[in-house]
Design a protein around this ligand. Structure first.
Ligand SMILES: [Zn+2]
Length: 292
């Protein structure tokens, strides 16, 4: 199959709330930067919203009804940005790599919201890779500053899911209980890139990768930031991840995950933190293996 050159990125204005936490505001300014053509080789595509039926595979029906019948703007944002995760997952099996400007996924539990996360799109994507794309081993790489305890609670026991999580903060930490699980909580910025490489080694052999590309380890983020984790460190992290995907020819998709303002960082600055992920994914070429 011929590689499509452009990186498909899912987003539409329904993702965006005009107030509140960056989880639901930053994709607006980021999409504007991408629409300006600042990053070559990307294509913005509008996803279909997630449906109640498809979310029943990961969430409690009562909890889903609370979201769907609750605040209309919030529900619209959650369903649109979760739909983007699903569409990006499907797209990576065609284009080799894809992304969605979605955030607020990895802390969500089966029956409740946690840490700004309502629907666990990472768990949804992992199960869809297994059930709809017949993937026998799917990797979840979580480099958000906080741990992905929600994801672990939903798919950690699934024999076809391999999890690698590097965090700078013990929020939502979880206990690895299988050789499929890798969690490292670093205490010093000097350990960060080596820890990223160890996480990638742990994922060796997965057939597809779902990447929670949080930028909240950045030192100027008021939530999650760690002194010494600079823009340069994060740019190198994104290069390592993307290069690993290309070298191993592993189809991969990313979502934005964390990234918050601070006294030296406004909303546009938060949006710009995510550009290295997009640049790196646009740079690499991955040819998905045909389905057997
Ligand atoms: Zn975070």
């Amino acid at each position: 199959m011929k590689q499509k050159n452009n990186l498909p990125i899912y987003w539409n204005p329904d993702y965006v709330l005009d107030h509140g936490v960056e989880t639901r505001t930053k994709s607006g300014p980021l999409a504007k930067i991408l629409a300006s053509g600042e990053v070559p080789g990307v294509e913005i595509l509008s996803p279909l919203p997630a449906t109640r039926d498809e979310l029943l595979s990961i969430h409690d029906p009562k909890y889903l009804d609370q979201i769907i019948n609750g605040d209309a703007d919030l529900a619209r944002s959650i369903l649109a940005s979760t739909g983007g995760v699903r569409d990006a997952l499907d797209a990576m099996f065609i284009s080799g790599r894809a992304g969605s400007l979605s955030s607020g996924l990895h802390h969500a539990k089966r029956g409740y919201e946690d840490g700004f996360c309502y629907i666990n799109g990472l768990a949804l994507a992992a199960l869809r890779a297994i059930n709809n794309h017949t993937v026998t081993k799917v990797g979840i790489l979580d480099l958000d500053s906080h741990c992905g305890g929600g994801t672990f609670s939903m798919v950690g026991e699934n024999e076809k899911v391999v999890i690698a999580d590097v965090s700078c903060n013990s929020f939502d930490s979880w206990k690895p209980n299988s050789e499929r699980h890798h969690l490292e909580i670093i205490r010093d910025a000097g350990e960060y890139l080596d820890a990223t490489s160890r996480a990638l080694s742990h994922l060796q052999g997965v057939c597809a990768l779902i990447y929670n590309a949080g930028m909240d380890p950045f030192e100027d983020c008021a939530i999650g930031g760690m002194r010494g984790i600079t823009r340069e460190v994060l740019a190198e992290r994104e290069r390592l991840v993307a290069q690993w995907c290309e070298d191993t020819q592993t189809p991969a998709m990313f979502v934005l995950a964390g990234g918050y303002g601070g006294k030296n960082l406004d909303l546009d600055g938060v949006a710009r933190l995510h550009l290295p992920t997009i640049r790196e994914f646009a740079r690499i070429h991955i040819t998905p293996k045909p389905k057997n």
